[in-house]
Design a protein around this ligand. Structure first.
Ligand SMILES: Cc1cc2nc3c(=O)[nH]c(=O)nc-3n(C[C@H](O)[C@H](O)[C@H](O)COP(=O)(O)OP(=O)(O)OC[C@H]3O[C@@H](n4cnc5c(N)ncnc54)[C@H](O)[C@@H]3O)c2cc1C
Length: 290
């Protein structure tokens, strides 16, 4: 299966879909159907998230393997290092390599609610840059490595310049590409890319897009991940939040505008947070792709 950096050699732009592993067997079976529908939209690659401390972490790799084997799309397995020792991470990487997985999104992750006070020790990784370096040290170029980027700075590091320097460290530690946190002000993305280029980061920064389909859920989610709900988003979506149909249609229009502006401004593709749904990403991708 192709590594993402090799895919980049053939494509100036990539369009990708992010999935998450469902908690139940029924959810898992439903996701397989959704994957078949998403595959018809011909993305360039998929990614699947990894739950820190969850019981369904192997499901991430099952899903990645399923997509690669049955639908033949390159797929990136997210991998968080919180709660794992370095030895465990080495075993996981060895196992997934045997399963034919060649792309990972190297993340630190956050301590889950079950272990809120967890702190890394000598046997753990402190930051994702250490995970990147570890993968390169022990697995050479066998994996394509992506990392997370934060156009508005990270929740724990709102100093955007400092956070960009930490991002640079991830790239110097072996990462190949960046997928960003969701954002709604495109200028934040463009400024972020500019900041990184000034620092000498040359790799692709793929913008992460979350279509707005449920405003109260968006408020809850952005509080956790630190993305700003801009005055524009508030003004548009607050008054219609009780009208699900109107929110959906308005969210589609907003995302199409956002995607078109990003691509026109030089973004090297789009990464969609699908929330395991085909719609509305199907419509947005059709309208925005070029
Ligand atoms: C595209 C994307 C996908 C994601 N997928 C998942 C997923 O699958 N599962 C999941 O649980 N979470 C996921 N997350 C969330 C992510 O795990 C959290 O945002 C987490 O808090 C940070 O992870 P990181 O890899 O960016 O950490 P790091 O890069 O380690 O950064 C963590 C914090 O430490 C700071 N920092 C970095 N290096 C240093 C240093 N050397 N010294 C001091 N400070 C430093 C950074 O500025 C930041 O504040 C994802 C996020 C994004 C954007």
């Amino acid at each position: 299966m192709k590594k993402i950096p090799d895919l980049f050699k053939q494509k100036d732009r990539t369009y990708s879909f992010e999935l998450f592993p469902p908690k139940t067997d029924v959810g898992y079976q439903n996701l397989l159907k959704t994957i078949s529908a998403l595959a018809l939209l011909k993305p360039d690659f998929f990614t699947c998230t990894y739950g820190a401390g969850g019981g369904n972490r192997d499901r991430t790799f099952d899903i990645v393997q399923h997509i690669q084997t049955n639908h033949h799309f390159p797929t990136v397995a997210h991998l968080t290092c919180v709660l794992h020792t370095k030895d465990e991470i080495k075993n996981i990487l060895t196992n997934i390599q045997h399963r034919g997985i060649v792309n990972v999104l190297a993340l630190r992750g956050d301590p889950p609610q079950t272990h809120p006070d967890w702190k890394p020790g000598a046997e753990n990784f402190h930051y994702s840059s250490e995970l990147c370096a570890f993968i390169r040290k022990h697995f050479g170029q066998n994996f394509g490595i992506g990392v997370a980027g934060f156009p508005e700075g990270h929740l724990l590091c709102p100093d955007r310049d400092l956070d960009a320097k930490y991002l640079k460290l991830k790239m110097e530690s072996g990462a190949d590409f960046i997928i960003t946190q969701l954002f709604f002000n495109n200028q934040d993305y463009f400024d972020y890319v500019k900041r990184l280029r000034v620092l000498g980061v040359t790799q692709r920064v793929i913008p992460g897009i979350l279509p707005i389909t449920d405003y109260p859920a968006l408020l809850r989610f952005t509080k956790m991940c630190g993305a700003t709900v801009t005055p524009e988003v508030k003004e548009i979506f607050e008054p219609i939040q009780d009208d699900k149909e109107k929110t959906l249609q308005t969210g589609i229009d907003f995302a199409i505008r956002q995607c078109r502006t990003l691509l026109a401004g030089g973004a090297p593709g789009l990464h969609f947070y699908t929330l395991n749904k085909t719609h509305p990403v199907d419509v947005i991708l059709k309208e925005a792709r070029c």
